[in-house]
Design a protein around this ligand. Sequence first.
Ligand code: 5AD
Ligand code: SF4
Length: 459
Amino acid sequence: MNERDSEIIYSLMIHKGYIPVKLYEDADVIIFNTCAVRRHAEDRVWGKLNELKGLKAKKARLVSGFMPTDVADRGVIIGLVGCMGKAYGKEVFKRLPHVDFVCGPSNIYDIPVLVEKASSGRRNVCSIARGSRSLDREKCSKGFARSLYLYREDNVSSFVNISYGCNNFCSYCIVPYVRGREVSRPREAIIEEVKYLVDKGIKEVTFLGQNVNSYKFPDRGSAAGKNDFVRLLEAVNNVSGLERIRFMTSHPKDANTGLFKAIAGLDKVCEHLHLPLQSGSDRILRLMNRGYTSGRYLKLIDDMRMIAPGCAITTDIIVGFPSESEEDFEHTRDIIDRIGFDSAFIFKYSPRPFTKSLEMDDDVPMQVKRRRNQDLLDLQAKKARENNARFIGNIENALGISPAKRPPDSSGDVSDCYIKARTRKNHQIVCKADRSLIGRVFDVKITGVQGNTLIGDMV
Ligand code: 5AD
Ligand code: SF4
């Protein structure tokens, strides 16, 4: 979600005539697009911003010889945007007076105006009011809408927002407070964006939403149905020239067999489901306000494996949620062992502002969180190794993404070309293949595994 927001910010700035540069020293404007989901990420942003104090002072001195003082004295414009912007608002200026503007994730379209205000000498410029990421903006002039597509990180695969915000209020999660209530984008806007991307050579789209399964056609009002997301997949499956459709994130309380049938039946929809479990303990799931039990989760996985055999499953897990006992933790461990996820993000619980769980005692000591985290990482690595080993000898369909270095133990001519590609199940693969295959789909025979990367030869 943040990566896509960063692309939009780049696009807006490029539309205004700015050019991306690699070094802070060369920049006139530095924007930190931030995440507030865990404390660790925030601490790194505070640290980085602090480091820029010196650069700002130096730049201010450099330009002050030939700029009017109000501009000169800003040196370089620094902005803190995204979820930390919304969470901390004007407090940012108190902590770090050299920051010029702050902006929330729903207000990123305001950034060019905020930069302009800050450049003309205004201080403490702030835009964190609710929901100006209005869908009206998307309906406004084609020129503006097009400008949102100007910058994409990747020429082969693109993110496409289908909804913003979240209504679920999991007790540990800051997202509903910083990204607001869930709003679905109109189906026409999504299809138009996909067609535009395909026209530009994009072969794979990943639909983004905090909970894609609760996507609702906004134009259908109360007639909106449970399976609108599946209807959207069906519609986009018909876009010619597009090779693959991915999506994340699915919520176990809303995922259903209709979705699994779409994965199995729609040729462009990839066989990969990211389905966050969070915990294997029903008591903790209740405290987390997740709306399902471990039994329901396991049933979903059974249904999916029946309907779409071979579909990869990945997940998110939190260890050390308030009051998590060894027994609760063992339930989580047990489910990871039973399901055998293809990969899992495993996080240590981090208390967040505004959330319900902030009122609970963060009583699992850091050392226990670390041990549980490591324990699950080790188990998951073992499971992933077992899963990956099963691929050896298989033929997988791959989409060429970018040039790659020669894998360390591959034999053969050093002049051989290698490319990075992705299987439909979302495994990264390095294979000996011509660079002309970047942006194309082709079949690969899997010959080995290194870490989490499959190694293969084109067939
Ligand atoms: N502490 C730790 N992990 C969290 N996540 C969300 N909030 C927190 C938190 N307070 C994790 C969840 C979610 C993923 C994006 O981040 O696992 O699925
Ligand atoms: Fe956060 Fe829960 Fe919404 Fe995911 S579903 S964004 S974890 S509140």
